[in-house]
Write a protein that binds this ligand. Structure first.
Ligand code: SF4
Length: 291
């Protein structure tokens, strides 16, 4: 465990169930490793007390190294251990097994490595579904996602909440400032300009802009994904890709290799170009646990 260095410990709220092993409701925060999940966890702990709160993290095995530092620091600052789970495969292994490459329309990786795994864990650990409240890191700007997600979990018998919709509402800059108040440095991907801290910045739901940023900041990581895509295309014998090229009014598959060659055009993309970009819309892709 890292040395405790937070300026403030998270308020633990009032918990009438301290000392009891079975609080009436267990509050589970889906802790993705991003800024939204930090603030969601902080709010839930403040409201319900840390003894009834669980923080669950689902590892896709392609996370940025600094995410684990953020988890370590966050659990010290928040005073609640972050339980870490891994299905055992990374997204590319899922795509190969399912014979389908994830993309902006179909997040098979999230469905299998996070949502389906979450359901399984819940079923194993909580026979009484009404004793569980799930907390998701979506904010008010994501009303359609909330509207789609809430009824599905409620129909399955679970209570759901969205702590970032509780007052006070925070803008992105305010959200970004919260971890520092607890002595926790924000995940480095935000500093590099990424909009979330999932899958090492290589999300199949992100578009060309973010993959271009990945190439600038982590060229080796980009190449690893590029090679995985090429290998799976060859294995499937299909013209399928993560990205689509929508130039000239049409749409066609765009491989990561083609994008890299296009971006490098007159030479390699500068390795340190990422450092000058600023963070924006940090909550947009955080918390991908819709059913
Ligand atoms: S962050 Fe993106 S790539 Fe990673 S599991 Fe979620 S949808 Fe898939």
């Amino acid at each position: 465990m890292r040395e405790r260095r937070s300026k403030h410990r998270c308020s633990q709220g009032t918990s009438p169930f301290q000392g009891s092993q079975d609080p009436p409701v267990t509050h589970i925060v889906l802790f993705s490793g991003g800024l939204s999940s930090f603030e969601s966890a902080r709010r839930v702990i403040e409201r319900y007390g840390r003894f009834s709160v669980r923080l669950w993290f689902f590892d896709t095995l392609i996370e940025d190294e600094d995410l684990y530092r953020f988890l370590d620091d966050s659990e010290v600052a928040l005073g609640v251990k972050i339980e870490r789970f891994a299905e055992g495969r990374n997204p590319w292994q899922v795509f190969r097994d399912e014979r389908y490459i994830g993309n902006t329309r179909t997040d098979l990786c999230s469905k299998i490595l996070k949502r389906r795994f979450l359901k399984r864990l819940l079923a194993e650990r909580y026979s009484d579904r009404s004793s569980v409240r799930l907390h998701f890191g979506l904010d008010r700007s994501e009303k359609s996602r909330i509207a789609a997600l809430r009824p599905r979990w409620e129909e399955a018998g679970y209570k759901v909440s969205f702590p970032l919709t509780w007052k006070p509402l925070l803008n992105n800059n305010e959200l970004r400032a919260v971890p520092a108040q607890f002595g926790v440095e924000i995940p480095r991907l935000y500093r590099f300009g990424f909009v979330h801290n999932n899958c090492g910045g290589a999300c199949v739901k992100a578009g060309i802009k973010q993959w271009s940023l990945l190439l600038r900041c982590f060229p080796e990581r980009y190449l690893w994904h590029e090679n995985n895509e090429l290998a799976l295309r060859s294995h499937l014998r299909k013209d399928v890709t993560i990205l689509r090229d929508r130039r000239n009014g049409g749409t066609r598959p765009l491989t990561l290799r083609e994008l890299r060659v296009r971006l490098q055009g007159s030479g390699p993309v500068p390795h340190n170009a990422c450092a000058v970009l600023s963070c924006h819309n940090v909550a947009a892709l955080d918390g991908m646990y819709g059913v």
